[in-house]
Design a protein around this ligand. Structure first.
Ligand code: SF4
Ligand code: SF4
Length: 452
């Protein structure tokens, strides 16, 4: 039975800790090496087209796509390829890494030039060639989003400027300093994909950004690419998880993504502001996705700030160049504190969808002890997807695939709101993730059995 996902507006209010708001992005350079994964996206990545010993230049492709969803990966520094190796990632999966020792010359590849675009196909190809994936954290390939199947026409572009995760301010920075480029990215997308309307969603704790986006949109309202129903900026009440794709769509235009479906099923495409900002720059310069603006913050960071770093830079070197730590790190998170991923190794590289590194001291990193569920229902009231987190948790612990399916485990967006509010400190989201993996494994095994 399909679930009716009504009232996706339940939310929580964690302290926003936007300590770095208004801080300009400081470029960090002079890294001793960069280690660039050939898969930094949802779906299969690339296969290497360079070999150990090759000289490479900034913007030169290192890997070629191996499937329709794959996007290329490019060198973020000039230098020599030191190795191509297989590494195990934090989540246990494997990926091929290209390690480059920079020569310090920052030579840009002659392949870097603005794309020539005359048709929608040229536009989609250019977006793919740029290596662009969703920069808000999902890493969904942008060219796939912009070219939905013919039976699912899209009319609305939702621009996600909510940045509802605590600490992170990199999108806010892009809106404050680069709103005209965000709007240029929107107009280019409207021209080639043909949206009727664009709605930018932003929270009311970023009014300066909202003003900048409104002014940038007003300035181009006579542009021939202006969508039929216009570009509007909607200011939403600050709450978590406003920026989760399905929640944002519901809040901005009332449409509900069906269970197991995608926004294009209801005529919507969602892009993050940083994705559109990059897109505009790429169309102008042809420089593919080789750097990322990240927020560095947390109780163990000596000098929190926003930094622009080359793709593949090691976390430990980024931290060192940004001012180091002021106490022993207890926990390092890639992304925000609610949905980010804990990093097991400081030599992990910065990747395309990484928008923050948060480092907390040992005290803050202590895991609270779980106690028994007291059936208070707070997790239910906090869940934006109207799930029963404590029931899913129980089913996941009991390895009960049938019950997990009955409780719609795959509808969970892993926002962490249930864990945040639970007075018993139950490890809800961790168990829900395990439950999802169980359901996927059971489905894969059924499919395999059916084919044999
Ligand atoms: S919030 Fe925690 S204690 Fe309350 S019902 Fe949910 S799991 Fe149980
Ligand atoms: S993590 Fe999943 S179950 Fe928990 S509140 Fe978020 S959507 Fe609901």
């Amino acid at each position: 039975m399909k679930m009716n996902l009504l009232a996706l507006s339940r939310s929580i209010h964690p302290k926003d800790n936007k300590n770095t708001v208004g801080m300009a992005a400081i470029p960090l350079t002079g890294f001793s090496k960069v280690t660039i994964p050939l898969n930094m996206q949802i779906g299969p990545g690339c296969e290497a087209i360079v070999a150990k010993g090759d000289q490479v230049e900034i913007g030169q492709p290192l890997g070629k796509p191996i499937g329709p969803w794959s996007v290329p990966v490019h060198a973020s520094v000039s230098g020599q390829v030191a190795s191509i190796s297989e590494e195990i990632l934090s989540d246990g999966s494997h990926a091929e890494y290209v390690t480059i020792i920079p020569d310090g010359l920052d030579t840009v590849s002659p392949l870097v030039k603005p794309p020539q675009i005359e048709t929608k196909e040229d536009f989609i190809k250019a977006i793919r060639d740029s290596g662009l994936v969703g920069l808000g954290g999902a890493a969904f390939p942008t060219h796939v989003k912009l070219d939905p199947p013919a039976d699912r026409p899209v009319d609305t572009l939702v621009v996600n400027a909510a940045e509802c995760e605590p600490y992170i301010t990199s999108d806010c920075l892009i809106c404050n300093n680069g709103a005209p480029e965000v709007v240029e990215g929107i107009l280019a997308t409207c021209k080639w994909v043909g949206f009727d309307r664009v709605i930018i969603g932003i929270e009311d704790n970023k009014m300066e950004s909202a003003k900048a986006l409104k002014a940038a949109a007003r300035a181009v309202k006579d542009d021939p690419r202006w969508p039929r129903d216009g570009i509007s900026v909607k200011v939403l009440k600050t709450a978590y998880p406003t920026g989760a794709e399905k929640v944002l769509i519901r809040l901005l235009n009332g449409r509900i993504v069906p269970e197991g479906g995608l926004p294009c099923d209801i005529g919507v495409v969602v892009h993050n502001v940083s994705t559109l900002h990059f897109l505009a720059r790429y169309l102008k310069t042809g420089m593919p996705l080789v750097t990322k603006v990240i927020t560095l913050d947390g109780s163990a960071v000596a000098t929190p700030g926003n930094f622009e770093v080359p793709m593949g830079a090691m976390i430990e070197e980024v931290i060192e160049k940004a001012g180091g730590t002021k106490t022993t790190p207890g926990k390092i998170i890639m992304g925000g504190p609610m949905m980010g991923i804990a990093v097991d190794d400081m030599t992990r590289p910065i990747v395309k969808h990484n928008n923050a590194i948060l480092i907390f001291d040992e005290k803050e990193a202590e895991l609270p002890e779980e106690s028994a569920c007291i059936l208070c229902g707070r997790c239910i009231r906090a869940c934006p997807m109207r799930l029963l987190p404590m029931s899913i948790d129980k089913a996941a612990r009991g390895l009960d695939v049938k019950e997990l399916n009955a409780r719609h485990v795959q509808t969970c967006i892993e926002c962490g709101s249930c864990s945040y509010v639970c007075p018993a400190k139950r490890y809800l989201v961790q168990n829900i993730r395990n439950g999802k993996a169980l359901v996927e494994a059971a489905a894969a095994s059924t499919e395999k059995g059916g084919k044999s």
